[in-house]
Design a protein around this ligand. Sequence first.
Ligand SMILES: Nc1ncnc2c1ncn2[C@@H]1O[C@H](COP(=O)(O)OP(=O)(O)OP(=O)(O)O)[C@@H](O)[C@H]1O
Ligand SMILES: [Mg+2]
Length: 372
Amino acid sequence: MSRYSHYASKEKNNEKKVNLEKLAAKPINKIRNLIDKRRELHVPPEKSLSNILPGYEENIITMRDVKIAYKRGMNERVVVDNLNLDIKRGEIFGLVGESGSGKTTVGRTIMRIIPIKSGEIRYNGHLISGKIPSLRKRELKTKIQMIFQDPSASLNERANIDYIVSEGIRAFHMFGSEEERLQKVESMMAQVGLRPEHLKRYPHEFSGGQRQRIGIARCMIMNPEIVVADEPISALDVSIRAQVLNLIKDFQVKNNMTVLFIAHDLSVVKYISDRIGVIYDGRLVELANADRLFAMPLHPYTKSLLSAVPIPDPREEKTKKIISYNPMMHHYRYDDLPQFYEVEPGHFVRANKSELEDYKKIIKKEQKGENK
Ligand SMILES: Nc1ncnc2c1ncn2[C@@H]1O[C@H](COP(=O)(O)OP(=O)(O)OP(=O)(O)O)[C@@H](O)[C@H]1O
Ligand SMILES: [Mg+2]
């Protein structure tokens, strides 16, 4: 049964019309949890909430034709090119690719740490790339937060945990009194599974997993709208990875946050993501719902990443074949260069025209199989 099949009920739609009007009358910044509201109000997924709620953007982040280059002296190296990416409000978007493919670079440009060379990035419909008003820059510093890969490198070793966790709320005056600040910090510590007495300690007195919890507390205390989680579990011991992953997921659900989850391992993002984008050498090669990407990978690079995912059955794991990917295999010609096509609703793949035809055939075949 489709996830949205309950929207089909016409009666329910009519019944909820009045509520939609009421909702539209509210100021846009007061409307929280819109993704849940969509379900609650039985708005079908194909109907954009922006038609109903003026000023509402379905995509919290839109990146259009983004090119990012690093300069070294007189030279310039383009590391991300022609990136078109929409991150939907309230989703966990997994960005996967091998080392050096440009994942961190993409995350950092959203945070405005790295400037873009051309294209544009929008947040809630407002331009956030290039020159922007200082008020918006300030807003972004609170609304978009990052969780880093290496918890030891990202925490100031000379500061105690109380200082580290409250640094952001102090810089942006997000509390009234000292009492309120302490209450916020202690509540955040409890939410990440740490105790109030830990506040007086220093980062070196904690384990890797605990340090990442401190990093998460420092991020979440700002109550961000978007979190860029850059390989937040890869530096951690395997035994505690799931706990940290669950913690991030819990915050996402509780606060209705949007997460850009960066990883090089597809098995990690499958568990946590709603949609997954696969990036190779600075270009998106495939994008689909997490389940769909696993069920119907089309691009050879996605297939190679999938073949590397560990299988829980030791016998199968022993006999599995790892597929390698060579970008030269495509034989792209200058008169038939690849583009990012939507092969089926919500499923995009980088292909030239003949590859696109092949991919479409694969999907048609699958549909026929299902109909039989
Ligand atoms: N500050 C920098 N100056 C110059 N080149 C850089 C800089 N940072 C990254 N690069 C280059 O940009 C490319 C993309 O790097 P990036 O860190 O975004 O990759 P990544 O996908 O995050 O890799 P990893 O999985 O190893 O973290 C790499 O080729 C890297 O060498
Ligand atoms: Mg990286």
